[in-house]
Design a protein around this ligand. Structure first.
Ligand code: C5P
Length: 222
């Protein structure tokens, strides 16, 4: 029997979304990239004028913001915040600079985790993030942790940005990636780490298709 829930965790720009989306399409599942919910909440913080350092106000905002998710044409989920589809606004540098700081706050995480669990109740979901296998869905039947060196990931992210017309430098991308990794790995609540029963896949010498095939094979043979 195929697993109802597949968790894919890993650091910034390791390929979780590309792999997760293709895998979900292959299995006929929904794909949800949980980074989008932290980004969407950061968007709301930026638009509400609240200081990203004011934990009390952040927690209140997190519990009073309405999140909805609707399937997009590509098979992923669009994020709707208070009735507005913000999916296309979430990949900018303004949000990337703040998101890891905001994602460290316990009350914010609690609210976001409950949204993610609600989504998982639908079943047949591939969910990607930092703490899906360890905290959000420790009961997921298949847990994958993707890795690649910092330099390799920075190169991949840099290429992606160039394609989108963003002319950042490789040095800036590398520095941002290291900063976010550092915050995600060292935070007290739900740090980025593989679950004890996660299967670790180093993507270094593997193409996107090879990584997807590996996980697909694991999923259908569970
Ligand atoms: O994956 P992505 O780069 O979009 O994630 C943005 C940020 O959201 C991460 O750097 C991390 O701080 C936070 N995040 C998290 N837990 C998750 C997913 C993302 O803390 N499950």
């Amino acid at each position: 029997m195929k697993p109802q829930l597949i968790a894919i965790d890993g650091p910034v720009a390791v390929g979780k979304s590309s792999v997760g989306l293709r895998l979900a399409n292959g299995l006929g599942y929904i794909f949800f990239d949980t980074g989008m919910i932290y980004r969407a909440f950061t968007w709301k913080v930026l638009n509400s004028g609240i200081s990203p350092e004011d934990e009390q106000k952040l927690c209140h905002l997190a519990t009073t913001t309405e999140f909805n998710f609707t399937p997009s044409k590509e098979g992923a989920l669009s994020v709707i915040v208070d009735g507005q589809d913000v999916s296309s606004k979430l990949l900018c540098s303004e949000i990337e600079e703040l998101v890891a700081l905001i994602a460290k706050v316990a009350g914010v995480r609690q609210a976001m985790v409950s949204q993610q669990r609600k989504l998982a109740e639908r079943g047949r979901v591939v969910m990607a993030g930092r703490d899906i296998g360890t905290v959000v869905l420790p009961w997921a039947e298949l847990k994958i942790f993707l890795t690649a060196s910092t330099e390799e990931r920075a190169r991949r992210r840099y290429k992606e940005l160039l394609k989108r017309g963003d002319n950042s430098s490789l040095e800036i991308v590398l520095a941002d990636l290291k900063k976010r990794d550092e915050m995600d790995i060292n935070r007290i609540i739900s740090p980025l780490k593989p679950a004890e029963d996660a299967i670790i896949i180093n993507t270094k010498n593997l193409s996107l298709e090879q990584v997807v095939d590996k996980i697909y094979t694991l999923a259908v043979n569970l």
